[in-house]
Ligand binder design. Structure first.
Ligand code: P1T
Length: 418
């Protein structure tokens, strides 16, 4: 091909060639009309709760790929719009299988239901407050499943403990980067550790999204997402998914999905699938903004410390470069002062919204110690560095200079009150 044309094609394709996959999946080019008979380019929302059967127990639509070869009976068990989203999510996460759930939290719950009573779970110590609350306050007291919250930085120490106090570990649970202190773990190394000891590794990939990190390719067995965040991306759906390459895990998860019934509505699946189609463009735009904001914050007189994997000052910057395809759009920083200054900063923001959640086109800011991680025991928060001066930013796709002006004004107001 003409090298000049080749250059122009390359420039038009800055998104790691994920665009086609996010829009059409890897096996979605359906010219047969089997699963989309009208040929509509947008897959329809199927609201029916039940499906006509040919004969008792014999469904009519076993050839529809969205029914995974079993046809449809009842919409909790299988739904065409949900199947379409699940297949698209599996492609996006380089997985063979995906099950969608009513929230990220119910995706987490469903993975825990894979475990037998008496199992041990090793969980990264800095993990989303809601996940931690579920592990500590719901599962631990009632399900005879034991959790150890650990820092995977010293992997040799953990390897040693796998022979002793962590002996019955069946599941390792990671977030990388963590919510909210953006700590990274070496996924490949931890997958090996899990497999050497008869455990599986689950990675909550919410913060990176499939665009910036592929845990299954690094050896993880399960990937979890709060779809509520980057995948949907527009602050209007609560949903979750679990992806895997293991048929055994997928079969058990689908059984749990049907048996526990925490399924997303067809409308939410439709919206989340629509969000997925622009994931690459949103991730590029928001991470570009975040990188500029992180550099700006690092030099600001109102800031004590910035945590962003893209900064050379981040303790795992080299791991971020190696393990992720980009640095993402979450930034955490310590403002000068204490709770009062953090509150003034958050109250003064005008473009950023003071709100929980993350990963949307709109920029959000929050105080983890008072909001998303308030349920984490205080002494744990202290150990993890989640103090009242810690601010978490989810950078959106507004104009970067407007975001920086907004932060600058709010930080100036906070400093004045010191
Ligand atoms: O909110 P839900 O869709 O149920 O997802 C739970 C969840 C799971 N994993 C991670 C890493 C998360 O960040 C979340 C939800 N987090 C927030 C609401 C938050 O503001 O951090």
């Amino acid at each position: 091909m003409d090298p000049d044309i080749e250059k122009v094609i390359k420039a038009a394709d800055p998104y790691r060639l994920t665009g086609t996959r996010y829009l059409h999946g890897t096996d979605h080019f359906d010219n047969t009309g089997v699963h989309n008979p009208t040929g509509a380019v947008v897959y329809p929302i199927s609201l029916a709760t039940t499906f006509r059967q040919k004969s008792p127990g014999v469904p009519t639509n076993v050839n529809d790929p969205n029914s995974f070869g079993v046809g449809y009976e009842y919409s909790r068990t299988g739904n065409p719009t949900r199947g379409e989203f699940e297949r698209a999510m599996a492609s996006a996460e380089s997985a063979r299988y995906c099950c969608a759930f009513a929230s990220g939290s119910s995706a987490v719950t469903s993975v825990i239901h894979l475990l037998e009573s008496g199992s041990n779970v090793l969980c990264i110590d800095d993990v989303y407050g809601g996940t931690q609350r579920y592990f500590r306050k719901i599962v631990s007291p009632s399900m005879n499943i034991h959790f150890s919250f650990v820092d995977f930085d010293n992997i040799d120490e953990i390897r040693e403990k796998m022979k002793g106090s962590y002996k019955n570990t069946k599941l390792i649970w990671l977030e990388s980067p963590t919510n909210p202190t953006l700590k990274l773990s070496d996924i490949r190394q931890i997958a090996n550790l899990a497999h050497d000891n008869g455990a599986i590794l689950a990675v909550d990939n919410t913060f990176c999204s499939p665009y910036f990190q592929s845990p299954l390719e690094l050896g993880a067995d399960i990937v979890v997402h709060s779809v509520t965040k980057y995948i949907n991306g527009h602050s209007d759906v609560v949903s979750g998914v679990v992806c895997t390459n293991s048929l055994n895990l997928s079969d058990r998860l689908r059984f749990i999905q049907n048996g526990m019934g925490a399924v997303p509505s067809p409308f939410d699946c439709f919206l989340a699938h629509r969000g997925l189609k622009t994931l690459h463009i949103r991730m590029e735009a928001s991470s570009r903004n975040a990188y500029a904001i992180a550099l700006f914050l690092e030099k600001h007189e109102g800031v004590n410390k910035v945590l962003y994997p893209g900064l050379p000052s981040h303790p795992q910057h080299e791991l971020a470069k190696r393990q992720q395809h980009g640095y993402g759009s979450m930034i955490t920083f310590y403002c000068k002062g204490s709770r009062k200054q953090a509150a003034i900063f958050l109250e003064q923001l005008k473009v950023f919204s003071l709100a929980e959640s993350l990963g949307a086109v709109e920029s959000l800011a929050e105080s983890p110690s008072l909001m998303t991680h308030a349920s984490v025991p205080e002494e744990e928060r202290k150990k993890l560095g989640i103090d009242d001066s810690l601010i978490r930013l989810s950078v959106g796709i507004e104009s970067c200079s407007d975001l920086i002006k907004d932060i600058d004004n709010a930080l100036k107001a906070a400093i004045e009150s010191v």
